[in-house]
Ligand binder design. Structure first.
Ligand code: FAD
Length: 432
């Protein structure tokens, strides 16, 4: 069983399928490409989740560093495995990697068998009547809901797990956490479900009203767990009732599936505009733009809601959704920088960093992606702050200098001027 984005025992169909066939070697491969790309917070969280998974497997997890194309067949050969089970991966790198591993396993006389995926409905499943993909969320979500999903399955009982792993099969130690300044959420299935219980006991019944309020504990913070498959969305969907707040939560989970679907059909949109006409939008990329980008990254723009978000990101590896939209809009429409710069910074710092949700979240805000938010809708950071952080508690929590205005920088730009500049640039592309 090759674990990837499914670091859990409960409701793990690939693991269940592997156990049904016989003795199982649980394997995790530390892919150097991932180790290079993921920032320290995401790596640290993943290592902690791996330690929890290893403990749940009675210490049997086999960990190896290297290119999965060589490591997976090598371990299969060592243990005489005829099949390697894994959940499907639908992101561009994962699909290419799996094709390479499947070919290499075939040469070793074994097969790669995909069972399940990190989604309730696999990307590529929901289609229009004519077989093409949806690029608009609402019709996608209706078909997604009508398609439905199976009920979660229980974790295998310890006595039913016939494992042949560490220490019989040589393993590396799970690396020590890299140094992280951020305070990370508790790792592993127990940590995930403890957080869910807190959310489900109270906030979920106000979710629709409070999910946009960064000053309240109004959202689930399940994203890091969903990112690494410590919980499966199917498990969360099974917890929901027909109720307007629960319905709203279900639809947020659907956004995750929508973006995975968009990226599956159009892998080039990971780093390029979905709407190619927006390629002509003039952007700033010179020295001065770089300096402005650094100010944004450091949370010193002089716009308290933007700075609060950027500091929350560094301090916790997470940022509230409303604030992600505000800081992203600021980067693109007040500073006129490429959304890709912001997306890369997010991927370095977010524990939940996910190529589909992140890069399409950025494109949504930048007005270059799926068509819900046209470019000419520009967020006003001050009005957003007043509406969604009415007492300023969120801003003060992350920007303590606000309390004695001393030492807090003046706004780095004039929002009204930059809004007009953004609209003028947009007009040059569209004529509108
Ligand atoms: P809740 O409000 O409790 O929602 C529950 C779950 O629904 C989330 O955990 C998530 O899986 C899903 N969800 C909610 N909103 C969205 C959304 N807009 N798009 C996709 N899925 C959603 N989410 C990530 O998981 N990884 C990312 O790298 C990421 N980058 C983003 C970048 C930008 C610029 C923006 C605007 C959004 C991004 N999001 C990303 C989406 C969203 O901000 C987070 O999923 C959410 O803030 C996570 O907090 P939560 O679990 O408390 O969310």
């Amino acid at each position: 069983m090759w674990f990837r984005r499914d670091l859990r025992l409960a409701d793990n169909p690939a693991l269940a399928a592997a156990l049904a066939e016989g003795t199982v070697t649980p394997l995790f491969v530390l892919d150097p490409l991932f180790l290079r790309r993921a920032g320290a917070p995401r790596l640290a969280f993943m290592y902690r989740c791996l330690r929890e998974l290893d403990a749940a497997l009675g210490g049997a997890l086999v960990v190896r560093t290297g290119d999965p194309v060589t490591v997976v067949p090598a371990v299969a050969r060592e243990v005489g495995a005829a099949a390697v089970f894994a959940a499907g991966d639908f992101a561009p790198y994962g699909m290419a990697r799996d094709r390479g591993v499947a070919d290499a396993l075939r040469d070793a006389g074994a097969t790669l068998r995909h069972v399940g995926s990190p989604y309730a409905v696999d990307p590529g499943t929901v289609r229009k009547d004519n077989g093409t993909q949806y690029l608009v969320f609402t019709p996608f979500s209706k078909v997604w809901l009508a398609h439905g999903w199976s009920a979660p399955i229980e974790a295998p009982r310890a006595s039913a797990m016939r494992l042949r792993g560490a220490p019989d099969v040589p393993t590396e130690r799970i690396p020590d956490d890299p140094e992280v300044a951020a305070t990370l959420p508790p790792a592993g299935e127990r940590g995930a479900w403890a957080r869910w219980e807190t959310f489900a006991a109270d906030a979920i019944d106000r979710y629709r009203d409070e999910r946009n309020r960064p000053d309240l504990d109004g959202c689930s913070r399940m994203s890091p767990y969903l990112r690494f498959g410590v919980v499966h969305p199917r498990q969360l969907l099974a917890e929901l009732r027909p109720d307007r707040h629960h319905d709203h939560y279900r639809s947020e989970l659907c956004w995750r599936e929508f973006y995975a679907d968009v990226l599956f059909h159009q892998p080039h949109t990971a780093w390029r505009n979905l709407q190619s006409k927006m390629d002509a939008l003039p952007l700033d990329t010179d020295e001065r733009a770089r300096a402005r980008f650094d100010v944004w990254c450091e949370g010193r723009t002089g716009f308290p809601i933007v700075d609060a978000g950027m500091r929350e990101l560094r301090a916790t590896g997470w940022m509230h959704n409303r604030v992600r939209m505000i800081v992203a809009s600021f980067l693109v429409k007040d500073l006129h920088l490429p959304w890709q710069w912001g997306a890369r910074h997010f991927m370095r710092h977010l524990v939940d960093g996910d190529i589909a949700s992140n890069n399409h979240g950025w494109q949504w805000t930048a007005g270059t992606g799926t068509d819900a938010a046209p470019y000419f809708r520009v967020f006003n950071p001050e009005m957003q702050a007043e509406k969604f952080d009415p007492d300023g508690a969120y801003r003060r929590a992350w920007v303590p200098e606000l309390d004695d205005a001393l030492g807090y920088p003046a706004p780095m730009v004039d929002h009204a001027t930059e809004r007009a500049e953004a609209l003028a640039r947009y007009k040059r592309v569209t004529g509108k």
